[in-house]
Design a protein around this ligand. Structure first.
Ligand SMILES: Cc1cc2nc3c(=O)[nH]c(=O)nc-3n(C[C@H](O)[C@H](O)[C@H](O)COP(=O)(O)O)c2cc1C
Length: 342
């Protein structure tokens, strides 16, 4: 039977356990330059010391105006590579593998003077109205994703995750609520995502898996649900996605159906549905920080990996503690051995 603290492999990516630190923006860049700082180094390396099998570095943007805020990480220049490479190297020393989430905030780029988007539809009254990208600009955007992925590979990443969730640019293209274009990118809602996936894959070694985070359900009136997500995920799977990371929401002001639930495992039914329908590995996320619950998700084969976000913000050693609680003690750095008696 599968266990949270057993290894997992997909293509050439071998993880020592099935615990993932999901991407979480730190808004901690100095000078608005997109470069990782000492905060990022300490933050990610602490979770590697704390036993996470896979660490996915926060949303990192393909152009300055693709940032949620000017304090987000970027990969629009070769100058961003070295600080990320330093983090990857240090995490590797503690046995963690590292990925990075590549994205663009589109109409949710809050500090952009004029954000860009598939269509000129604002996120809410509090947000700026975005400018619709021209068809040529959409093609250029695909190239920006390609170059960012190239730099991620050069930084030594073990995997790349495309941010197709939470109402950011890729999500904006595949949602009928936000994509009202008449060109080929509007006639085929998944076209932009598909081209980004193909561009990413063309830059990645053939044995490196490509991950994609999606919102499998929208929470506004007229939004899509799990059936539509299964359909667009199949397109993305054929285009080259090797594993999906299943989240939800983020597409617009909160509608009558309300926020996503906050109960334990609130997104797990979505992850399970995508896993079954596509016969694909998935990462489940969302209030899964009780170790017994996280292990049950794996044991019951509802997901292949479990991501613990806020739980790891509270406790960088979440994985070490969970392994002890589940009776599958992991190796502990010798400096901390006395805190985890065997
Ligand atoms: C501070 C913070 C920043 C986040 N930033 C991102 C991000 O950069 N990309 C992303 O896809 N999700 C982001 N998320 C969502 C988390 O990855 C995760 O899906 C969410 O917190 C639910 O998991 P949890 O219940 O284990 O925290 C963020 C969440 C938090 C708390």
């Amino acid at each position: 039977m599968n266990h949270l603290f057993e290894s997992f492999a997909i293509k050439g990516l071998e993880l020592k356990n099935r615990v993932v630190m999901p991407p979480m923006c730190q808004y901690s860049v100095h000078n608005r330059d997109g470069k990782a700082t000492d905060w990022h180094f300490v933050h990610y390396v602490s979770r590697a010391i704390g036993g996470a099998g896979l660490i996915i570095i926060e949303m990192t943007d393909v152009e300055p105006d693709g940032r949620i805020s000017d304090f987000d990480l970027g990969l629009w220049s070769d100058e961003h590579i070295s600080a990320l490479a330093r983090i990857v190297e240090a995490c590797h020393q503690y046995g963690a593998k590292v990925g990075i989430q590549i994205g663009h905030a589109g109409r949710k780029a809050e500090d952009a003077q004029v954000p860009v988007a598939p269509s000129a539809v604002p996120f809410s009254e509090r947000y700026k109205t975005p400018r619709e990208l021209t068809t040529d600009e959409v093609k250029e955007m695909v190239e920006k994703f390609r170059l960012a992925v190239r730099r991620a590979v050069r930084a030594g990443m073990d995997t790349v995750e495309l941010h197709g969730a939470h109402g950011y640019l890729i999500h904006q293209f595949h949602s009928p609520l936000t994509n009202r274009r008449r060109d080929e990118y509007g006639q085929e809602l998944t076209r932009f995502g598909k081209e980004v996936i193909q561009a990413a894959k063309s830059e990645m070694p053939s044995d490196m898996p490509l991950l994609m985070r999606i919102s499998a359900q929208e929470y506004v009136d007229g939004g899509y649900g799990i059936q539509e997500s299964i359909e667009f995920s199949k397109v993305y799977q054929s285009a080259g996605v090797d594993m999906f990371h299943i989240s939800s929401g983020g597409e617009g002001p909160i509608g009558s159906r309300g926020r996503p639930g906050t109960h334990a495992a609130y997104q797990l039914p979505l992850a399970r549905a995508i896993k079954r329908a596509l016969q694909t590995p998935v990462i489940a996320v969302g209030s899964l920080d009780d170790p017994i619950l996280a292990n049950a998700v794996i044991g019951n084969e509802e997901a292949d990996l479990v991501a613990v976000g806020r739980g790891m913000l509270r406790n960088p050693h979440w994985a070490l503690e969970a392994s002890a609680r589940l009776g599958k003690e992991m190796a502990v750095p010798k400096q901390y051995a006395s805190a985890f008696p065997r």
